[in-house]
Design a protein around this ligand. Structure first.
Ligand code: ASP
Ligand code: MG
Length: 411
């Protein structure tokens, strides 16, 4: 029998009533002849509450105990959904990560899945059971301790399980009906996409679109798992297919630009008049890398006098203070006149596989932004995307301008 993974996010399982609705979606796919594995998140708000409890218990809690606490949200919903399915007359049982087992690394709080043994799930399918799996959690084999996969990690659980059991598709049910060309709250003319290529979805998720955990898209791409994003709020007996994330060869009408993403989680740091000599970039970025700070856009100005140069780059807003402190502590090796920074910045990106075969796509955007009086602080480009860093106050104007420019507005 073909297999299907169905994943339901926090808002989709927020109450027992919502869980009953989820069960009807599951029943539909069982009737259609699938062996179904369901992956559930915690009830919405639950994980935040559990995280807050850990912080309340101690500012210096052990990450392994944090995992023991926060993994419980998913344990509850997996059991509840199994109960409801049973009540509907369907065979089902709950599975915790360790029972399968889903083996992970030991980075508590952000563990990576290393291996999923599908044998026990296979046996369950043989018995005609729906497998209801707690997302977000796994086990570190050597220590035998519970782990969690990082916030939003049940998307990753779902895709990994789909790959492990050879599922035909992984359906991610959420409170929106698909992936949009940009955030519809910012651009009311945003359109739902029928299809998005894995590569594009990976860029969109990495650059700020919050529909899916980035890691889940990476896994879907590596294992070529066709993945959909669709709404659990649709009538279970008349559910729309949502957006399919698939191989680019399966996309018939490829646009040049597929989507506009933006991220306010950015901060800019500029080192003025850095002494221009070999090794300066290593001296600046080495310590930041050692501190696990992800540096993104980097611009080094060619020095006019050969003596000093300006270096500008971005870091996640959450790491801004830490990054500045690290750089200030390096004053022995990084000689500069002063360090400047800004946190009221936003990175706006345009993504599309069509950029590979079209020249001048980004240049068009620079002109359009200039016409609106928007100043660009930094630019980066790669094969299928470009990003501009601008003042946060212009976020909406910039996103709307680019959305219209590339013909993404709905008619
Ligand atoms: N419950 C976890 C979180 O809120 C995992 C998930 O929902 O994907 O981050
Ligand atoms: Mg989520």
């Amino acid at each position: 029998m073909p297999r299907l993974v169905m994943k339901f996010g926090g808002t989709s399982v927020a109450t027992v009533d919502r869980i009953r609705n989820v069960a009807r979606h599951v029943a539909r796919e069982v009737r259609a002849g699938y062996e179904v594995a369901v992956v559930v998140s915690a009830m919405s708000g639950k994980t935040n509450e559990l995280v807050a409890w850990c912080k309340d218990a101690s500012a210096l809690y052990a990450q392994s105990e944090y995992d023991a606490v926060v993994a419980s949200g998913e344990q509850v919903t997996s059991g509840l959904l199994a109960i409801v399915l049973n009540e509907m007359g369907l065979k089902a049982r709950s599975w915790q990560g360790w029972q399968i087992p889903i083996e992970t690394s030991d980075q508590h709080g952000s563990a990576r899945i290393q291996n999923i043994d599908g044998a026990r799930l296979d046996a369950g399918f043989q018995r005609g059971e729906v497998a209801v799996i707690a997302g977000f959690q796994g086990i570190h084999a050597e220590t035998g301790r519970l782990t969690t996969l990082g916030r939003g990690g049940s998307d990753t659980s779902a895709v990994a399980i789909a790959a492990a059991i050879g599922a035909e598709r992984c359906d991610i049910y959420t409170d929106v009906d698909g992936v949009y060309t940009t955030d519809p709250r910012v651009v009311p003319k945003a359109r739902r996409l029928e299809r998005v290529a894995f590569e594009e979805m990976l860029e969109m998720a990495s650059l700020g679109a919050k529909v899916l955990q980035v890691r889940s898209v990476e896994l879907a791409m590596v294992h070529r798992v066709p993945t959909t994003v669709r709404s659990s709020f649709d009538d279970p007996d008349d559910a729309r297919p949502g957006t399919l994330i698939c191989d680019e060869d399966d996309i018939v009408e490829q646009q040049i630009i597929t989507g506009i993403a933006f991220s306010k989680d950015e901060a800019q740091i500029t080192l003025r008049r850095v002494k221009d000599k070999p090794g300066i970039a290593a001296a600046i970025f080495g310590p930041l890398a050692d501190a696990n700070i992800n540096v993104d856009m980097i611009i080094q100005v060619v020095s006019g006098d050969g003596a000093a140069t300006d270096m500008t780059f971005t870091v996640p807003a959450a790491d801004y203070e830490r990054a500045r402190a690290i750089l200030e502590a390096q004053s022995g090796t990084v000689e500069c006149e002063r360090i400047e920074g800004a946190t009221d910045v936003v990175k706006v990106s345009a993504i599309g596989i069509g950029m590979r075969s079209h020249a001048g796509v980004a240049a068009k955007a620079f002109r359009a932004l200039a016409e609106k009086g928007i100043n660009i602080r930094a630019i980066t480009t790669s094969e299928i995307k470009f990003s501009v860093l601008i003042d946060a106050a212009y976020t909406e104007l910039a996103v709307r301008t680019l959305h219209a420019l590339y013909g993404l507005d709905k008619a």
